[in-house]
Ligand binder design. Sequence first.
Ligand code: ADP
Length: 161
Amino acid sequence: MSYAIYPGSFDPITLGHLNIIRRASKIFDNVVVCVMVNSGKVSPMFSLEERVGQIKRVVSRLPNVTVECSDELLVQFSERYEKPVIVKGLRAVSDFESEFQMALINKKMNHKVETLFLAASEKYTYLSSTMVKEMGKYGADLSEFVPHEILEEIVARTKSK
Ligand code: ADP
């Protein structure tokens, strides 16, 4: 069995994230979406439980995708799986530097853990969770940015912030 581990803060999950999850689910037997607690991002808009719940709703029709969360280092979390491959989405050169550094550190900690980069779909290269939160604050239409299953929840929360 092959396992892709897809980590992130997903605050909230966007169509860009979902695009990577779908594509990884066609390459690997299993995809484990891992909501990271210690992602370095302070005060998330959605609690860990809310983010896990949102992602579970969004991926419910993808049979080989599961959702977990972790307060460990990503490498420690990945070691629970057989031959884990960390999957990352790359939007632009700006993502590359920190992602490359993380991949090298993870490899140093456990040489068996590989990192695979998937190029973001051209359609979503501009999309980030931060942008969704910012647009939502000003009442912009978010339907092209977040999965429909969680649209109302995202609109309600971002508006109130
Ligand atoms: P963000 O950078 O939007 O806050 P996360 O920290 O949750 O997102 O990122 C999780 C992973 O998803 C990272 O590998 C990130 O590069 C990737 N990612 C984020 N947005 C997109 C997108 N629009 N297209 C492809 N990959 C993305």
